[in-house]
Design a protein around this ligand. Sequence first.
Ligand SMILES: Cc1cc2nc3c(=O)[nH]c(=O)nc-3n(C[C@H](O)[C@H](O)[C@H](O)COP(=O)(O)O)c2cc1C
Length: 349
Amino acid sequence: MSNAVPPSAETDRDARFRELFANKPVILAPMEDVTDAVFRRLCRKHGAGLCVTEFVNVEGLLRGCQRAARKLRLEDDDTPTAIQIYGADADRLAEAAAVAAAANPTFLDINCGCWVPKIAGRGAGAAWLRDPDAMVKMASMVVKSTSLPVTVKTRIGWGPESDMPIVELAKRLEGVGVRALTVHCRTAKMGHSGEADWSWAGKARAGVSIPVIVNGDVKSADDAARALAETGCAGVMIGRRAIEHPWVFDECRALLDRGVHLAPPTALERLALCREHLLANVDQRGEPHGVHCTRRHLSGYLKGLPGAAAVRNALNHDETLAGCLAILDQAEERVRRGAEERAALAVPA
Ligand SMILES: Cc1cc2nc3c(=O)[nH]c(=O)nc-3n(C[C@H](O)[C@H](O)[C@H](O)COP(=O)(O)O)c2cc1C
């Protein structure tokens, strides 16, 4: 299916797309059951320049199943956000692209990097890397099916190649109209083990004119600055570190834009983020689901807080919003009292 778009509209969209990469964005990675609307808003508030949704299964999307519909829904303020789709069949991916475009994302991303057996074992995600010809053909079909910019997120190869296919693949994907490429710098076989080798993103970048985004093991502002400097990439994507420390985006921006290392968040800021995330998740999903899905973030958010383990433990055993807020209030009270006591003990200069 081809969506005819007047040339002027296309030009505007092109300019907007280019603009996304004008300032080396620090991008929130697509992560299933993590990068939902609530977490995207929170990370954007903390400096994420661009977000990508959790991956959406094209079969669910085309059947209109509830889970896919929830993942596709983008609020007006949820921008710039790309929708990521995955599937094993090129025709179905192309069909789904046209449907996903109706949600009005900033662009559409194709997942060619997921290694988990239930996805790659069925020919989707990183399985495309086993047949680069098929992958390029599929990408070409998706590009032709929509007027939205189409991007690809993939890995450096299936593994264990001695020379990774990503460099040639990047050129071929650019050749069929893919507008940007994210490289998770591991092979599919590595899963999340071993170290990401950013040099492959640099090599892929050197052969193309489209933006290449480096991903994998970027855990701090220093990492982001180093990954960008070493690869010359147009942006950097952060996944797991953001789950425990969404402040990482502000920290990256401060270093990249102003050469400044931000101080770590204070205890009160950490507690405030727990509260904010809980409230937003419960507002979105109700109790107890909204409480449950905040839990995976808490050990990271509370790191360094006096008595963090006890607070986390109490939160993990309370399914109600009111109970969790009371635990956070008590923790805040203890932090304030501790600060007052320290101030009272301080000897005047
Ligand atoms: C819980 C979890 C879910 C993920 N889900 C997706 C996904 O839906 N789509 C995708 O392209 N990658 C997914 N990934 C991979 C990340 O986007 C990213 O490529 C990977 O974690 C490496 O980056 P990091 O070292 O910054 O975490 C997921 C990773 C994690 C940890």
